[in-house]
Design a protein around this ligand. Sequence first.
Ligand code: WT7
Length: 705
Amino acid sequence: MAVEEDSAQVSEAQIAVHWREEEYIQPPAHFIGQANAADPAILERFKEEHFPECFKEYADLLSWDSYWHTTLDTSNPPFWKWFVGGKLNACYNCVDRHLPTRRNKAAIIWVPEPEDQETRAITYQELYRQVNEMAALLRDFAGVKTGDRVTLHLPMTPELPVTMLALARLGVIHSEVFGGFSGAACGERIADSSSRILITMDGYYRNGELGDHKVKADQALDRARQEGQEVDKVLVWRRHPGQYASKSPMVEGRDFFIDELLPRYRGAVVEPVSMPAEAPLFLMYTSGTTGRPKGAQHSTGGYLAYVTGTSKYYQDIHPEDTYWCLADIGWITGHSYIVYGPLALGATSVMYEGVPTYPDPGRAWRIAERLGVNIFHTAPTTIRMLRKVGPDEPRKYNYHFKHMTTVGEPIEPEVWRWYHEVVGKGEAVIVDTWWQTENGGFLGSTLPALQAMKPGSCGPGVLGVYPVIYDENREVVAAGSGRAGNMCIRNPWPGIFQTIWGQPDRFVQIYYQKYCRNRESTDWRDWPYFSGDGAVQAADGYFRILGRVDDVINVAGHRLGTKELESATITVPEVAEAAAVPVVDELRGRAVEIYVSLKPGIAASKEVEEKVSMAIETEIGKIARPKNVWIVQDMPKTRSGKIMRRVIAGISNFTDVGDTTTLANPEIVDEIRHHVQSQKMSSGEAPRELSAEEAEEIKAFGQVE
Ligand code: WT7
């Protein structure tokens, strides 16, 4: 759609799309030769006419205690039930069943942040021991029972997967809160899930410092208490057993060191509890929400089958691969693609404790070289950071990836090409996997040996997933029309979350109400899933995700996607990262402001600002020309690396920036505010008082709901 088009024709869901079509890149022959999914017959088997039975193929990758009788039960939509009648244990599937064939193979290789500390390889046998002893402690000392919820606030150390698997062994629902989150955020999640046990760690390394983490447990318990939830016991792992890294006192009768208790359970064996397929396995609270947190409830059978199948075919994991997902387990990516998927396949999963660029920009590639990593998985934010601080570093290390993944936000084609050429050395196939916390596993991706890559596009729907783009009038937006709309999935899939913990009405309202055709119908075809993302589908069926539909900037009636503004910006060679936000403008309703950070060694200049404006003008059009380009040291980011656009939008508009407690770098906010607002004041861009609606819009900008 042309920018000049009459705005009256632009429906709410439509975003002006100005992306250029990118070239296809074919997977290398050596990859195809060894791929798990190399025969196109698999695409046939997962066609819609074989749905839902096609997912038997995923379920059959697992070991079931009792086999299921019904593949998909749709009797109470949209609360789908998969593999009904089946019973299994997730821990058994990830650990015990590998012992006969792979007892002494590494399950987890853990790399501590300090380079002088030893890398730890945990074999399946060792994992089996640790998980059993921990399960015994949890059952006999902490008194947890099947169906209870237990909150974990653990960093990236092996104790995290050990604890998750021990709880799964007992049929207890784990709820891991990202280690970087504050005590208050943890407390809210404890209260929301009514956990009576918190499992934490005294400290962990980040950027060379052993920080105090246990202190957050006390704050968490205070917050939980305010919300009416008492916690009986706090179990504390110690980063260095026997030494306590926190200043926070241990509370007698409440707080216990796990390393002191474990010897009591030496050699204990705990029978895995056989759980119904639809029993909840874990809760994962979604980030960036306002109001009550949303605990996405994931099932045991459907979820595990889905992550195992997608790990096999989309991550192309073979047992002999060394697979490294550089993400945090406190994020759904880590649950699905560090722990459950790879371990269910009997693979070796690498875990890294700290900052990927510590102590220098070569660290990640040194780890890859040292361990012989051949599958690498990370997020665009990490890729951009690695590119920013060490654009040539990968060339200095002798590693070879066969496969790489990008996940979590749209990747700019420029950045994609660096990933492919420099990180992947032109040898690796890339999958750009689109999905969400709520989805359990990938929804949009190319099947790596069978479908060509296209930078910036995730590809078609994955096996057994049939996406569609609807407009606001519930009409299908045709592939190749150049129009964007709301990305939806027409069918249920085994990894879909079961509900929002304790909020079933909100679950239906957010994800299904918008496109449900008939509330009385028990036919899944009447219940499309609404993702909340905007997307455009090319004529070849590939989807390009434009980001959340509420991240749109409406300039004089033209809806501009933040991601395409940012992609245009990043074509300027000096730019490392970009964020686009709206600023209230008397003339045009909203104008665009662009925040950029530059590559190392490049100084801020008027010239760079002008280049950014020009790039946007050429790539998108005059209408999108930014009112200001702000060059900043760094962007405010969440701990999972997402740029908090609402914070900079607040700064640009002189409004309240809202809660910044979950930021990874809260100190940057004042620095940016000072820089931007003092210049605005002196250039006479006097802030007028925003109306309540305008202020609300700015505050909600870039929020994920
Ligand atoms: C949102 C979900 C995927 C699990 C981790 C993030 C965006 C995710 C992609 C991608 C474009 C993407 C979407 C989605 N997103 N992957 N490959 N291309 N956008 O989970 O925190 O729940 O975020 O991340 O906007 O809705 P999440």
